[in-house]
Design a protein around this ligand. Structure first.
Ligand SMILES: Cc1cc2nc3c(=O)[nH]c(=O)nc-3n(C[C@H](O)[C@H](O)[C@H](O)COP(=O)(O)OP(=O)(O)OC[C@H]3O[C@@H](n4cnc5c(N)ncnc54)[C@H](O)[C@@H]3O)c2cc1C
Length: 412
């Protein structure tokens, strides 16, 4: 089946319906979601395909879009109101990130990482750290955040917190006068090379297990001895920079110790206890692109296409409902990290199926490179990145497994 290129190039030109799933949002919250939706469709979507295809990994991030998101109050979305942000709850964060991800998943993740670690920078920092960095973070439209654990020799063992000597990060930190000297390399860090402030985990008692010898440090990008290495060339999410962080005698001031000395594992536990991923953005776009292609070609009146589109729609609705429910519960006494963990696995697997079906509906043009318009192929590559990002799906399932109720306990 052949697609009509002219009409597929801009899904935004189609009639726009308000987000059909806006559960109990205040008018202000709905406005933030609507702003994200507008910027995604009017500004991000038209440029995403060309940047994805033609730009080097270290150059693809559209800073002018980040500026626009900041001006709309979306960079500081989760900063508490008392510090000058919007103070969004998890549900709104998830919905905003999903809307941005409709335009491009990489741009959405650059914001979403910042949303996730804002709590650390604004609330969990010491007064000295806030005095030093908060004003700058609020005022610099390009101040993004990142968190770094993964290293060339350590990934899943850190995510699963294998608490035995030898497992986990190898980067070291030693006290020297009023500084800590950090040495080692992190890699694949989302916003690595883009962020201004990094939360970095290093061994402070290298011979001990992580629970006794891991510490977190707040490292501004301009710290002496801190360098960005390779910008990894990824299959998907290519507008986002995933970078290598190379620390050589990196001189972190003593006051930038974050949390307790040797207390890094408890911070890490909270950070990897489940992410609310914006994966439904590309899935929804793939569905829209498939629906348009089916209409253009006449396939929409055929049963095979009707069944395919219905299946895609079901997967999207089920995944969104799961993610939103996990986000809603995240602030309630009913919170249970396995819901967040499992919804990440479910939604990313469902997203891959949705995008793959969209590629099939596009026929041969679904299996062709395009850099002039949104394609289900890009959506598919973007979603694939969630098989790894924030823990591989296998590792996430292993993390959720012990949280299942034992036999004999009524879970439901
Ligand atoms: C797009 C993207 C974004 C990322 N962003 C960040 C970031 O912001 N910060 C950060 O610190 N890291 C980040 N990472 C790194 C990511 O967290 C790691 O890639 C991931 O944890 C897997 O680690 P690894 O690549 O070292 O694989 P490995 O740990 O070497 O695993 C290889 C394979 O073996 C499987 N495996 C390993 N151990 C087990 C086990 N015990 N049981 C079953 N299967 C197992 C894994 O599931 C995987 O399939 C990112 C990665 C990607 C691709």
């Amino acid at each position: 089946m052949e697609s009509d290129e002219s009409s597929l190039s801009h899904p935004t030109s189609r009639r726009m319906r308000p987000n059909a799933m806006m559960p109990d949002l205040s008018p202000e919250e709905s406005e933030m979601v609507a702003r994200a939706r507008r910027i995604a469709r009017e500004d991000i979507l038209p440029i995403a395909a060309a940047r994805d295809r033609n730009y080097a990994p270290g150059e693809a991030y559209p800073w002018h879009i980040a500026d626009k998101l900041d001006a709309a109050g979306l960079r500081t979305l989760t900063v508490p109101g008392k510090f000058g942000g919007f103070g969004a709850r998890h549900l709104v964060q998830a919905m905003v990130a999903e809307e941005i991800a409709y335009g491009d998943l990489g741009v959405a993740v650059s914001m979403d990482q910042t949303y996730k670690f804002t709590q650390l920078l604004t609330v969990e920092t010491t007064q000295t750290q806030r005095d030093l960095y908060l004003e700058d973070f609020m005022n610099d439209p390009r101040a993004l955040l990142a968190l770094a654990t993964t290293e060339p020799q350590s990934g899943t063992d850190t995510f699963l917190m294998h608490d035995e000597p030898g497992a986990g990060p190898r980067m070291t930190a030693k006290r020297e006068g009023d500084f800590y000297l950090l040495n080692g390399t992190k890699h694949y860090i989302s916003n690595g090379g883009l962020a201004k402030y990094y939360f970095i985990f290093a061994r402070t008692a290298p011979d001990k297990k992580m629970s006794e010898g891991l510490t977190c440090f707040l490292v501004p990008r301009d710290t002496e001895g801190f360098e960005i290495g390779e910008a990894h060339s990824k299959l998907g999410r290519r507008l986002l920079q995933n970078g290598e962080l190379v620390l050589r005698n990196c001189r972190v001031p003593a006051h930038n110790l974050f949390g307790e000395w040797n207390g890094g594992l408890s911070i890490l536990k909270r950070m990897v206890s489940g992410a609310l991923i914006p994966v439904m953005g590309p899935s929804r776009l793939a569905y829209d692109l498939a629906r348009m292609a089916a209409q253009e070609s006449g396939a929409a009146s055929e049963q095979w296409a009707q069944m395919a589109l219905t299946e895609m729609y079901m997967l999207i609705e089920a995944s969104r409902t799961y993610l939103y429910s996990a986000a809603w519960h995240a602030e309630k006494p009913t919170d249970d990290s396995k819901r967040r963990l499992m919804s990440k696995v479910f939604a990313s697997e469902a997203g891959i199926k949705v995008c793959r079906t969209a590629m099939e509906i596009w026929g041969r043009t679904g299996a062709t490179w395009h850099d002039d318009r949104p394609t289900p192929e890009k959506c598919w590559r973007d979603v694939l990145s969630y098989l790894h990002g924030f823990g591989t799906n296998e590792a996430v399932k292993l993390k959720a497994a012990p949280l299942l109720a034992p036999a004999g306990v009524d879970e439901w």
